[in-house]
Design a protein around this ligand. Structure first.
Ligand SMILES: Nc1ncnc2c1ncn2[C@@H]1O[C@H](COP(=O)(O)OP(=O)(O)O)[C@@H](O)[C@H]1O
Ligand SMILES: [Mg+2]
Length: 342
């Protein structure tokens, strides 16, 4: 388990002091895929680099299986780092070495014997499906292949934790998905805890179990991915989720429906599982008659779960909040009155 306890971090530069982290506390359980999402400069890399002691907190504590990396001596720290693999956005491969040599590097540095190294490197390159590239050089590979080499190298020492800092940010969407599938396979087959830093919500949606949303050095929201996606609490989280789940009615649609806040109300109805649009609209019509109009319907797949969003206009001036809530009881939905400027 990894625990962040009231972590703060400031960097002193020649000109000023940068507050990179502000009282950050949360924990990551063994075997999880944990996503940390936030805009550039939010403090994600600084936080994650504390797990293997590359950064030290200004105050607070990081515990990795009960050990504080900041308190270990050099030898202990080296032993601990073997348990933690790292994957980077720019791959960080040695261009003058072959794929085989790149993956062998951590094993050579650890003075493993040649036979063991050979077996392990071939095993890892088979795992990332690059057995045919052993003697290629990084320059001869695509971005996705380079990242597979980076991942094979990170796995060579058989780590318990894999840190991925923007590992897919330099890749196109299709290649991103194939790398995410590989990370999922690593988690499933090898049981390795994976921590993924990203600024793309798609990455979180596709493979993460839990997520922490960071803004300006603070964690502003954290929870199970499904919970955060269906009921985000913070404006920034909503902005991120909008990258993958379209839940805002495009302005033109409201215009075409001649929506006016004086005469209509907008209700957003969200629920997981099978699509029940027809049933829900029929129930609303039973209560509100012809005043119900469908504005927008979307369905998004989040991992293997379906999130449905139905947005309706109800043409009335009355306060109908209770009636709407009552009508929706059988459907177990998240209900929200929306305000749009027009
Ligand atoms: N070594 C450093 N010296 C000074 N400032 C730093 C250093 N590392 C990071 N920072 C600052 O700390 C803040 C958080 O950076 P970082 O953790 O890299 O954010 P992220 O990974 O979310 O983009 C930024 O304002 C960055 O400029
Ligand atoms: Mg970063």
């Amino acid at each position: 388990m990894i625990e962040f306890k009231n972590i703060t971090k400031h960097f002193l530069t020649k000109k000023n002091s940068v507050h990179a982290l502000n009282d950050v506390s949360f924990q990551i359980d063994d075997g999880e895929i944990f996503g940390i999402v936030g805009f550039s400069g939010a403090g994600k890399s600084t936080l994650v680099r504390m797990i293997n002691g590359l950064e030290k907190p200004s105050s607070g504590q990081v515990l990795v299986d009960g050990n504080d990396p900041g308190k270990l001596n050099k030898k202990e720290l080296r032993a601990m780092r073997k348990q933690i693999g790292m994957v980077f956005q720019q791959f960080n491969l040695l261009n003058s070495k072959t794929v085989y040599e790149n993956v062998a590097m951590p094993l050579i540095l650890n003075k493993e014997d040649k036979q063991m190294i050979d077996k392990r490197v071939k095993e890892m390159l088979a795992f990332v499906e690059l057995s045919d590239k052993l003697q290629s050089y990084p320059d001869q590979l695509s971005g996705g292949q380079k990242q597979r080499v980076g991942i094979a190298r990170a796995l060579a020492m058989n780590p318990k934790i894999l840190l991925c800092d923007e590992a897919t940010s330099a890749l196109d969407p299709k290649t991103t998905d194939s790398i995410l599938d590989l990370l999922k396979k690593i988690n499933d087959d090898l049981g390795i805890t994976i921590i993924i830093i990203t600024h793309e919500m798609h990455v979180i949606e596709k493979i993460c179990d839990h997520v922490a949303v960071m803004e300006k050095g603070s964690v502003i929201e954290t929870g199970k991915v499904q919970d955060v996606f269906s009921a985000p609490q913070q404006a920034i989280t909503k902005d991120f989720i909008n990258m993958v789940v379209k839940e805002d009615v495009p302005e033109g649609i409201l215009k075409n429906l001649q929506y006016s806040p004086e005469t209509s109300q907008i209700w957003s109805i969200k629920y997981w599982g099978a699509n029940q649009t027809v049933e829900i609209v029929e129930s609303l019509e039973k209560t509100f008659g012809k005043n119900v109009r469908i504005a927008y319907v979307t369905t998004s797949l989040l991992q293997e779960h379906t999130l449905n969003i139905l947005i309706v206009l109800i043409d009335t001036k009355e306060d109908i909040a209770e009636k709407v809530a009552e009508t929706m009881i059988p459907y177990q939905v998240l209900l929200e009155r929306k305000e749009y400027e027009c």
